[in-house]
Design a binder for this molecule. Structure first.
Ligand code: NDP
Length: 499
């Protein structure tokens, strides 16, 4: 008998939940105490084919639906998400291990914002093309056409937000979608599908399949799929992009980072410490844009570390639904092991100085002791060649590095194959802009860290990704362009005229 807290999840396609035919299931686990939450049915290849066929059938009429009518449905879905915010956030907390103080104020809200943003954009003419007068009797007009059936593949750190950041522009532009959540955090997907259906989305426009990497790989290689939008690790992204490119599919890749956070000597100390903590410990460090390489002027190191150590005491692991808890476990046992491996490596092999935290679990109540908890950890006296400084850890581990000059720190900040985010803390705004201009990253901040509103197009440079999500530019990733040259002259200019 199953001891799961929620009913078994079936696949969702053609407008309703449908049983998978594989006969296989996997479990979603509550990371705070390692107890099972639900059984999830795994999609067989035939189920995926059927879901894709439903999405393909739905594409014709959805893509022909006027943008303003599509917008009305998506706006209603955004309103339903907001109405059900607390209930959805509760499930996100159980599934991902993130504190309810986060999920109830950020995860659903920022997803609904993006849905509303794209609904308003297309409803207000955002998919209109351009007209260019070439000469008196000739002009060019362009049209943005949807791509077809698209795939969204999500990571586990911001489950419903990722599902919405992908499905909102996809559906607003007139495409249909097959969405595969991470197997570690699948519970949001059916709720989102049901909300879309309740809002009036036609059957087959948004569909959900479950499974691990092989399900993702099957989707990515499927001949009917026009585009793959992927969020996950660089190594997986390279496989996905390679498979998609073989069939000339469009891709968007939102991948990992090892981002530099640069503090200048004139920065306000408290702001710099607060920024560095948000950039390393929010969501227990499981944020792709984390500023894990914290560059501090050598002259400021002692003061920075003293204030940081005082503030580290404000990190409060504990029961995830407590109003004061601001730090949860890692999202899975396997990920907790990976982060612990890096902490051990930092201590034993890199020989960085452990300033705070380290191996073992933080103090949590007895009933949470089986959860996937890791202590918030700070290393100092780090050098650029250390493994903990070079590789993405994706956990609550900060590395402090010191520097002497601006030229030096910019050069070191850019010495990485990743280029997701970067930021500067200083009161000298002229210098801040000059430094930002030189940093090789697609998402940058000045005197703040982490905010990523619907209006802001975000995406990585170098190995951190291809394309952007959100903002006006984000819609372009879900359409293809058609240019038409019209000539009303009446006589075709030809070189084949009679001499
Ligand atoms: P993974 O790359 O392990 O997995 C991402 C998704 O891809 C999961 O749904 C996974 O399935 C699926 N998948 C695995 N193998 C394949 C394959 N061969 N073909 C298609 N799909 C596959 O990433 P994580 O889930 O570990 O997420 C953490 C990573 O995501 C970090 O590197 C982080 O930086 C990055 N990230 C990037 C963001 C950005 O916007 N740039 C935002 C958030 C996270 P399953 O897990 O079910 O096996």
């Amino acid at each position: 008998m199953s001891t799961s807290q929620f009913p078994t999840r079936q696949l969702y396609y053609d407008g309703r939940a449908q049983p998978a035919s594989s006969g296989k299931t996997f479990k979603s686990i509550n990371p705070s105490n390692a107890t099972p939450l639900a059984e999830i049915q795994v999609a067989a290849h035939t189920d995926i084919d059927t879901a894709i066929a439903a999405a393909d059938r739905a594409f014709h009429s959805w893509s022909q639906t006027p943008p303003i009518a599509r917008a009305r449905i998506l706006q209603k879905a955004a309103a339903l998400l907001r109405e059900r915010n607390d209930e959805i956030a509760r499930v996100e907390t159980l599934d991902s291990g993130k504190a309810y103080t986060e999920t109830s104020t950020v995860d659903v809200v920022t997803g609904a914002d993006t849905l509303e943003y794209y609904a308003n954009l297309v409803g207000g003419g955002g998919l209109n093309g351009e007209t260019t007068q070439l000469r008196e009797d000739a002009w060019v007009y362009t049209k943005k056409a949807p791509l077809g059936v698209c795939v969204g593949i999500g990571a586990w750190n911001y489950p419903i937000q990722i599902a919405l950041w992908k499905s909102a522009p996809c559906l607003a532009a007139g495409n249909t979608m097959i969405y595969k959540p991470s197997e570690f955090t699948p519970l949001h997907a059916q709720t989102l599908a049901e909300i879309y259906t309740e809002a009036g989305l036609p059957a087959g426009v948004f569909n959900v399949v479950y499974g691990a990497g092989d399900v993702g790989a099957y989707l990515t290689a499927h001949p009917t799929i026009a585009k793959v939008s992927f969020t996950g690790q660089v190594t997986t992204g390279m496989k996905v992009a390679g498979s998609a490119a073989g069939n000339m599919k469009y891709v968007t890749m939102e991948l990992g980072g090892k981002s530099p956070l640069i503090i200048l000597p004139d920065a306000e100390l408290d702001s710099a410490v607060d920024g560095a903590m948000m950039a390393n410990f929010y969501s227990t460090g499981q944020v792709c844009t984390n500023g894990t390489r914290v560059f501090v002027p050598a002259s400021m190191k002692t003061a920075f570390e003293k204030r940081l150590l005082e503030k580290m005491e404000y990190i409060r692991p504990g029961p995830l639904f407590d109003d004061t808890t601001n730090f949860g476990p890692l999202s899975s046992a396997v990920h907790a092991e990976k982060v612990a491996y890096y902490i051990r490596h930092g201590i034993e092999t890199d020989k960085a100085t452990l300033l705070y935290g380290g191996l073992g679990k933080p103090q949590v109540p007895k009933e949470l002791q089986d959860g996937f908890w890791i202590r918030p950890t700070v290393f100092t006296n780090c050098t650029d060649d250390m493994k903990i400084v070079k590789e993405e850890i994706f956990g609550p581990v900060m590395s402090i590095l010191t520097y002497e000059t601006v030229d030096e720190v910019v050069k070191r900040a850019n010495t990485t194959e990743l280029g997701l985010a970067a930021g500067v803390f200083t009161n000298n705004l002229n210098l801040a802009h000059r430094i930002i201009d030189q940093l090789q990253a697609g998402i940058t901040w000045i005197n703040t860290w982490g905010e990523s509103p619907a209006e802001m197009a975000v995406g990585g440079w170098k190995n951190s990704g291809v394309g952007v999500e959100n903002g006006r530019r984000g819609i372009e990733a879900w359409v293809k362009n058609k240019s038409t040259l019209v000539d009303t002259n009446g006589a075709v200019a030809t070189v084949f005229a009679k001499l």
